[in-house]
Write a protein that binds this ligand. Structure first.
Ligand code: SAH
Ligand code: SF4
Ligand code: F3S
Length: 451
């Protein structure tokens, strides 16, 4: 803390403002909060108005080409602001920085800082360096330190907080860039995780989400003697927290022990996000997912027999190389028979450097798009039917705040992670309330506060 106070005294960012734009997954959301924490330590305050910012950070994602294109477009747009304010600092952080490194400077000479995923904790020092030298800085380590030091965090929500439990991924699914840009699996020490969760409880947070690319691998890198189920059980004992979630769990590593802890736990939400990716065994094998459709089906049966009211959601990629019409039909049949509460569906996007990018029989874009439409139509019908079955029921909702689209409505989530909207009343943000479901849509429920 001393160092931070001294920095503020030195006036690095006094009365200066920052604006952070975040793309990608929850890992990036959490990294952005840690970037914000360091900027706050330097005396910066946050602004929603990008034109007023003295420092803009773009925290990037490269999981699909569409994300990349959008981000390069955004970086290009910022050039205009730099003409207006030559003192403006622009930094690009996150997974695209890790992947493209100095290519970002070549494409966008107006960028001052390119920082990789393993360098998040260095922002304070890097800003000082740039402020003094006025030179561009590239900070992209190839590998992570085993565990980066903790840095202060400025959280976006007052109700719900991310808690990283492990970093990186060892799975190397053949389509995926994440292991290349996030490095190998590193588990965070249990004591640090518990300390953070307890602190969050003391600060009034009601919900925490344990984060990792593959949370079920927790402890497997040998640094901790406990596994993910033990970790969940330990976190479940923190009484000040009302709800515990986790993201993402790999179906291959989800097991009876974890399911039992969730079943018997008090706080762990009955929501399983288990990305299946495809309903074809041939495709699953080419993806290197390490399970079959039969295995996945049994896993879902086990979850539903132990925890009947659990919700199950998934991710699915269409148009993986070699996916024929017939193999795609197997995915449609699988989705019809499993009946997911919701599915996040993606067009396969070749990522250079990954094995799938050079596999034969790449699927034309037009066919991928057609398949996506078909898949979404099937899934939407199922999601709607499952949600309609909730009409008339009363559900426990954690109040998150006003709805973004309609400030007269309040928004919250059920334990099963369904979004619920209702007319604004006396309820407080962070409160657990009962809501009677009146209407159902594909992605949300509408209701009224129950007495
Ligand atoms: N670690 C998590 C999240 C990975 S990225 C997991 O394993 O589930 C989130 C989702 O993006 C993945 O589940 C996958 O469905 C999708 N995805 C990853 N790489 C992709 C690619 N190259 N093209 C299309 N979708 C991809
Ligand atoms: Fe990517 Fe697979 Fe790792 Fe998920 S488990 S991050 S899809 S390599
Ligand atoms: Fe994207 Fe990086 Fe997350 S590539 S999905 S932001 S780990």
């Amino acid at each position: 803390m001393d160092a931070l106070n001294r920095d503020t005294d030195l006036n690095y960012g006094q009365s200066r403002k920052y604006h952070i734009i975040t793309y990608g997954c929850q890992m990036n959301e959490n990294d952005s909060e840690r970037l914000a924490g360091q900027l706050r330590g330097l005396g910066y305050s946050s602004t929603d108005q990008i034109e007023q910012a003295d420092l803009i950070l773009i925290n990037t994602c490269c999981v699909r080409e569409s994300a990349e294109k959008k981000i390069y477009g955004k970086i290009g747009e910022l050039k205009r602001l730099k003409t207006v304010n030559p003192n403006l600092l622009i930094g690009v952080t996150g997974c695209l920085s890790q992947k493209d490194r100095d290519k970002i400077f070549t494409k966008a000479p107006h960028v001052d800082l390119v920082m990789g995923t393993h360098n998040v904790h260095q922002l304070t020092d890097l800003i000082k360096e740039i402020s003094q030298s006025r030179d561009r800085v590239l900070a992209v380590w190839d590998q992570a330190e085993r565990l980066a030091p903790d840095v202060p965090t400025v959280r976006k929500s007052q109700v719900s907080a991310w808690v990283p439990i492990m970093y990186g991924c060892n799975n190397f699914c053949t389509y995926c860039i994440v292991p290349y840009v996030r490095g190998r699996e590193r588990s965070r020490p249990l004591a640090d995780i518990l300390a953070e969760v307890r602190q969050l409880g003391t600060e009034g947070f009601k919900e925490i989400t344990l984060l990792g690319q593959n949370v079920n691998s927790y402890g497997k890198d040998g640094e901790e003697t406990i596994d993910f189920a033990d970790l969940l059980a330990a976190v479940d004992k923190v009484e000040t927290i009302a709800r515990i979630r986790y993201m993402t769990s790999h179906p291959r590593d989800m097991n009876a022990k974890v399911i039992a802890v969730i079943k018997h736990g008090q706080r762990i939400c009955e929501h399983f996000h288990l990305p299946v990716q495809s309903g074809s065994d041939i495709v699953l094998q080419r993806m290197n997912r390490g399970y079959t459709t039969e295995y996945y089906r049994k896993l879902v049966e086990k979850i539903r027999s132990e925890i009947p009211h659990a919700s199950i959601t998934t991710d699915i990629i269409v148009g993986f190389p070699g996916e024929t019409d017939e193999l795609f039909m197997q995915t449609l049949d699988f989705v019809r028979s499993i009946r997911f509460d919701a599915a996040y569906t993606f067009l396969y996007s070749p990522r250079s450097g990954t094995p799938a990018a050079t596999m034969p029989d790449q699927v034309p874009l037009a066919i991928k798009k057609q398949r996506l439409q078909q898949l979404m139509a099937v899934q939407n019908e199922i999601s709607l039917a499952i949600n309609e079955a909730l009409i008339g029921q009363t559900v426990e909702v954690l109040v998150e705040g006003p709805s973004k689209n309609d400030p007269d409505k309040m928004m919250g989530r059920t334990r099963t992670n369904k979004i619920v909207l209702w007319n604004r009343g006396k309820e407080q943000i962070g409160q657990l309330i009962s809501v009677r479901v009146l209407k159902a849509q594909t992605w949300l429920l509408k209701g009224e506060v129950a007495d």
